[in-house]
Ligand binder design. Structure first.
Ligand code: MIC
Ligand code: SF4
Length: 762
């Protein structure tokens, strides 16, 4: 480790300093709480800005924290860095890294895809690289790997706290870090040296008993948890895993579980430090950190009293017996729609899902560990020896999570095992997981089913085709389905006919937790910032992909009157519906251009489809982004209404900046996903919830909306939303907000960044 650049890994000195805080503060925490502590409580307390007085009230207090690190991926870093530049600082205040992973399109395979990405995205990469150099951030080049995989391999450490501008940042919980996904403006707070504010999370305990075996893997644990808690069941909570079953999971398996905690809305998920985490740290070249963690192991777990009586300490406890846990698939379109493999064929029949799958995709930030790949390679070798390959008509793609994993699995012959049964190896990047998939075999509108070992399966997520049904499963289940070609294939019971007409049962997958001969770092994919931070940040002139930001104007009470309704969203409205990814990723650094996708995927409660009506112009039919632009150009501001869990999914702050840019003053919903609600607040959009969810029904297409009580906006104050209907009648209802005093200041300033700028005299 010592021969690495300090920006390429987490230095032992940083970890040592973090543990010294535990020594100092854990006794104080026990005193302030007056009881034993859970792991998450210890980590949060050790990172509190004001341990003597910082709020402890779960689900109530907003408390300031001092995270140890920041990580950003290219699709969100652009906007974050553009905002950071407005803050007028010379250097980032905490260790920060940028990872180029989201913008690489998968088409024919790693080498050519990477080459094309380097050409197509040159101005974005040049911008991020020059900004990294200028402001002292570590830069992972395209091909270096997916942010979360690189973070767990290089930067994450037990007991640490980090934020990342990506919702799957919690992946680092696999090694015991409290790692939280945020919008770029939150990252900017930490990068400028301010504390980071978070509502104190609730705590959900998941007690694991038994041991995984056979076809069941870590992925199935989180698929089960998603079924139990649903996509909003973890909102505002940290999920802590413990129990004997937790000890039987590898660190990367734990990472998979924490990663997908994003799918249940959890703030983050975390495991206690154990032997598996120590083995992983050592194997990835971080012996020194393993030793430090072992010496501090008592801080890196909950207190014994908690484990003895979890129900008294967590807001909710779930128990899962790994001995009886079955492999699952979840989908289509929602990660909580679970089907055990033993029931899948029956569900295929009753739900009318396609019998055959058209593609099987293994890898991503979620599931591309050495263990995952050795397990699927064992199936591939067996298949090859028994006359089986990926079934006819099944595209079979592998995405390694990092250059280090790729080089290691190539060296150990595992990629060759997979290629021998028909796999194509893609670049170490997000690729098809984020719609960066140039799919030649299926056209828009073709109904087809795919299975992936990724984490998300919203409509259009992978290939942009709304008719593609995405199912998520473990890598093992995914490969078994690839070999059989059948969505309803149960690898524990069913057989596959081989090229000689024999019926073949697949053996249980077997793998290795870690590479016996260590990891191979592979190609040079890291660029350290140069000393002295003096270079220029490169923004290509006239770029359609990058645009310097203009600060938003402050809000005034009279801005919230007489507003027409831009959208009343019906049903699921994720960040992918609000600000679509795929081809739109190219505009992530250009607010005006990306606003061309605003609410493109949302379904209007008025029209029942994704068309908008211009109520100010004879109900002319147009798209939401066109209407938003039209009104904005006419100087007309508006309001948006939504249903449950609005903004579920990604951390992308574009989903908040775009409405703000187009004059949306308030977003009023039945409930919000955490990151999206914060992103709206950060950008100066009023985020409100109906006090009575039934009031959603009162909103009509031609209403004019006024928000009363805004001048007296205070923590906990209630607002009245007044709807003046087309016939002149008026309806009103109560709405709530969760703004803290500081967040109210953001609102009046026009955005959180405006406040930073005015404090800095910028
Ligand atoms: C995702 O998985 O949806 C993404 C793409 O990684 C996003 C970030 C983004 O939209 O840039 C996320 O999860 O936050
Ligand atoms: Fe990339 Fe997919 Fe992971 Fe998001 S979930 S970081 S898009 S691989």
């Amino acid at each position: 480790m010592s021969d690495r650049h300090p920006a390429a890994s987490t230095p032992a000195s940083l970890v040592q300093a973090a543990y010294a805080k535990f020594d100092e503060r854990v006794p104080l925490a026990r005193e302030r709480y007056g009881r034993a502590l859970t792991l998450a409580e210890k980590i949060l307390f050790a990172h509190m800005d004001d341990p003597a007085d910082g709020g402890l009230g779960r689900g109530e207090d907003y408390t300031d924290y001092r995270p140890d690190r920041v990580a950003m991926q290219d699709a969100t870093a652009q906007m974050a860095v553009l905002q950071f530049m407005l803050a007028g600082k010379d250097e980032v205040a905490v260790p920060t890294t940028v990872h180029c992973d989201h913008l690489i399109q998968a088409h024919t395979g790693a080498d050519s895809d990477l080459k094309i990405a380097n050409e197509n995205n040159r101005e974005v990469y040049d911008f991020l690289r020059s900004a990294s150099d200028r402001y002292g951030m570590g830069f992972w080049k395209p091909g270096g790997g997916i942010i979360h995989q690189v973070v767990i391999e290089q930067y994450a450490f037990p007991g640490g706290m980090m934020i990342g501008t990506d919702s799957h940042t919690p992946n680092a919980g696999g090694v015991g870090m409290v790692a939280i996904g945020v919008g770029g403006a939150d990252a900017v707070d930490v990068m400028v040296g301010m504390p980071w504010n978070l509502k104190v999370p609730k705590l959900i305990g998941v007690e694991l008993t038994g041991t995984l075996s056979g076809w069941t893997s870590a992925k199935d644990v989180i698929l089960k948890v998603a079924e139990i808690l649903t996509v909003k069941g973890g909102t505002g909570a940290i999920v802590e895993y413990f129990g004997p079953g937790a000890l039987s999971l590898s660190a990367t398996g734990k990472g998979t579980i924490c990663n997908m905690g994003a799918e249940i809305g959890a703030t983050t998920s975390v495991f206690a430090y154990d032997d598996a985490i120590a083995r992983y740290l050592k194997s990835t070249g971080r012996e020194e950190l393993a030793d430090l963690a072992t010496a501090n192991a008592h801080h890196l777990r909950a207190d014994d009293d908690v484990y003895a009586d979890p129900d008294s300490y967590y807001d909710q406890v779930i128990r899962i017996d790994l001995d009886t846990l079955e492999p699952h698939l979840v989908g289509p379109h929602s990660p909580d729609k679970a089907h055990p493999v033993s029931r899948m064929q029956a569900d295929v029949e009753s739900e009318g899902y396609p019998e055959r799958v058209s593609a099987a995709l293994v890898g991503s930030c979620t599931n591309s560990s050495y263990e995952d790949i050795t397990r699927v390679a064992s199936l591939a070798r067996f298949a090859k020896a028994n006359g089986l390959t990926a079934a006819e008509g099944v595209e079979f793609l592998i995405t390694p999570g990092s250059e280090q994993v790729r080089a290691t699995i190539e060296r150990d012959g595992l990629l060759a095992d997979l290629e021998a049964i028909g796999a194509t190896v893609l670049a170490n990047a997000c690729g098809p997981c984020i719609g960066q998939w140039k799919r030649d075999t299926v056209s828009k509108g073709d109904v087809n089913a795919i299975v992936t070992s990724y984490n998300r399966n919203f409509p259009k997520r992978n290939d942009g085709n709304p008719a593609t049904l995405g199912f998520v499963a473990s890598p093992e289940t995914t490969v078994a389905i690839a070999l059989s070609g059948r969505l309803g294939f149960d690898p524990t019971r069913d057989t596959i006919t081989n090229d000689k007409g024999e019926e073949i049962s697949l053996p249980e997958p077997v793998g290795l937790e870690l590479p016996p001969s260590g990891f191979d770092a592979g190609a040079e994919v890291f660029a350290a910032p140069s000393e002295g931070a003096s270079g220029e940040v490169v923004i290509a002139e006239g770029s359609e992909r990058l645009q310097a930001l203009e600060p938003f104007a402050p809000n005034a009470p009279e801005d919230l009157e007489g507003l027409p309704v831009l959208l009343k969203a019906k049903g699921k409205c994720t960040t992918d519906h609000i600000s679509m990814a795929g081809p739109w990723l190219r505009f992530r650094g250009h607010l005006e251009n990306i606003s061309g996708n605003l609410y493109l995927g949302a379904i209007s409660a008025f029209t029942g489809d994704s068309n908008a009506h211009d109520v100010l112009d004879g109900d002319k039919v147009m798209s939401f982004p066109d209407l938003a632009k039209r009104w904005n150009e006419q100087g007309i501001d508006s309001v948006v209404f939504g249903d449950e869990n609005l903004g579920e999914g990604s951390s992308r702050e574009h989903a908040a900046m775009e409405p703000r840019f187009r004059g949306v003053r308030a977003v009023i919903v039945r409930s919000f996903a955490r990151i999206h609600e914060t992103n709206l607040k950060k950008q100066g959009v009023l985020a409100l919830t109906f006090e009575d969810p039934a009031d959603y029904e009162k909103v009509q297409e031609h209403d004019r909306v006024a928000i009363r009580g805004i001048a007296e906006l205070a923590p906990g104050s209630q607002l009245t939303v007044e709807l003046t209907h087309r016939d002149g009648s008026v309806d009103s209802f109560k709405a709530n907000h969760t703004l803290s005093p500081e967040q109210i200041d953001w609102f009046w300033a026009g955005s959180a960044l405006n406040l930073i700028r005015s404090n800095a005299g910028a």
